[in-house]
Ligand binder design. Structure first.
Ligand SMILES: Cc1ncc(COP(=O)(O)O)c(C=O)c1O
Length: 442
């Protein structure tokens, strides 16, 4: 969108939902499962989307600080439309039989990793959960007789199949009954709420490996998010991933890094683990890796590959050519924005910190993965008040979502190419919403 077109964005002329949205939402309620939840937070129907602007069916426009939960790292981008259109003209399903788009994606995906990983292999999946689950399966297949995985409190790795065992929140696990994996869970560093620092966590980890009376299955792998996503945009202290890498080396564990949310440039590096200069054994990618078309990819060591049976992973829809074409474009384009994301991410963190509001407990983040945690010491802001703020943001034209152990973290996940103007306007809307809600307390 041009600067001229952005002058009137956001523009919310009706109550949200407006009359046309209400009618569509009513139809949705009639036919679709009553268990969907996003429409509680964002009650409108989408007419169209361009760049970082979403227009609803009542012609209200919203600034998108949500990017479909970090799926649209380049927003609704013209280049993605073109890549998908071009591929659509050729073919849109081909199982594992190669297309030019597949090879282009494979080369670019491989080039996006540090040179030490250039011999790694790519295995495709469909979703984030599928990728992480398959990564754990790879680790178990090469891990000898051990077959459990270390995972962290507050982790989110998906809810399908077996990987739900590695996800921490009971709300996610209580309706998933196929809990296939054995996991050992340890705290993630979260100093705002818990005093287990990295040295405590390492000592817990060592105990698991050496104390065979601990009651845990001995793990063959460790699964970690470089920055916790759904857990609350929690940035661990510098050196955490390096310490985890050393621990994995010492006990011969496969280190699996889940970059489903933090990857593809979101933190100002292509992959968030690069901030720590470590080399993982297995990396899981999804969300933005297909530019919004569902694909996922696992990047893993070549020597692991030689130990896997053939076939290994199945799934009719893996590596959809449309996703691969879009993904190749995203992989090619994202590096251009990395310096901007690193620089502007810092400015955004400062701007969030400068907001004078007693509701703000903590601001943290890297690049465009920023969390603003609300509440008082020892008392997270209630879910009712979080929802009230979310709706107030929406009514003023800003889509912003929440996450966190206690659901009290607003997260900034703007597109890496979002115009400055929309960041500035969004910040103004967020500031005002916090001031208004803060004033309600007095
Ligand atoms: C870090 C991480 N891993 C895995 C997943 C699961 O991805 P999907 O929802 O595509 O299954 C998510 C989803 O938010 C995630 O944030």
């Amino acid at each position: 969108m041009t600067g001229q077109q952005l002058i009137n964005v956001p523009d919310v002329r009706t109550a949200v939902p407006g009359p046309k949205s209400i009618s569509i939402l009513e139809d949705q309620k009639k036919y679709e499962t009553s268990t969907i939840a996003y429409t509680d937070s964002f009650p409108f129907a989408v007419k169209s989307a361009k760049g970082s602007v979403i227009t609803d069916v009542d012609d209200n426009t919203f600034i998108d600080w949500m990017t479909g939960i970090s799926v649209l790292n380049l927003g609704y981008d013209e280049g993605i439309i073109q890549a998908v259109k071009d591929q659509m003209e050729k073919s849109w399903h081909s199982l594992e039989i190669p297309t030019e788009a597949r090879i282009r994606f494979l080369k670019k995906f491989s080039e996006s990793f540090p040179s030490e990983m250039k011999n790694y292999r790519t295995m495709f999946g469909i979703s984030g959960a599928d990728a992480v689950e398959t990564a754990v399966n790879i680790a178990h297949s090469v891990g000898g007789s051990r077959n459990s995985t270390i995972t962290f409190e507050g982790a989110y790795h998906g809810v399908s199949g077996g990987i739900v065992s590695a996800t921490a929140g009971t709300k996610y696990r209580r309706t998933s009954y196929s809990q296939g994996f054995s996991v050992v869970r340890v705290p993630y560093p979260y100093p705002l709420w818990y005093d287990r620092d990295v040295s405590h966590i390492l000592s817990d980890l060592r105990k698991i490996m050496v104390d065979h009376e601990s009651g845990y299955e001995v793990p063959d792998s460790l699964l970690v998010e470089p920055i916790q996503g759904e857990g609350g945009y929690i940035v661990p202290p510098d050196g955490f991933l390096r310490a985890i890498r050393e621990f994995c080396d010492q006990y011969d564990l496969s280190m699996i890094v889940d970059e489903v949310q933090s990857g593809m440039g979101r933190t100002g590096k292509m992959w968030a683990f690069e901030h720590e200069g470590i080399i993982p054994d297995i990396v899981c990618a999804s969300k933005s890796v297909g530019g919004g078309i569902p694909i996922s990819a696992i990047y893993y060591r070549d020597d692991y590959d030689r130990k896997l049976p053939k076939p290994f992973h199945m799934g009719t829809y893996r590596a959809n050519p449309l996703g691969l074409a879009a993904g190749a474009y995203v992989l090619e384009t994202v590096p251009r924005y990395l310096p901007r994301v690193e620089k502007d991410g810092k400015k955004l963190v400062s701007a969030f910190k400068e907001i004078e509001s007693e509701l703000i407990l903590d601001v943290r983040g890297k690049g465009f993965m920023i969390g603003v945690e609300l509440g008082k010491k020892g008392e997270p802001l209630s879910s009712e008040r979080m929802m009230k703020i979310k709706h107030s943001l929406l009514n003023h034209g800003l889509m912003m979502h929440t996450c966190g152990h206690f659901g009290n973290v607003f997260r900034y996940m703007g597109a890496l190419n979002i115009p400055d103007e929309l960041n500035n306007k969004g910040m103004g809307i967020f500031r005002n919403a916090l001031r208004t809600e803060g004033a309600n307390e007095k």
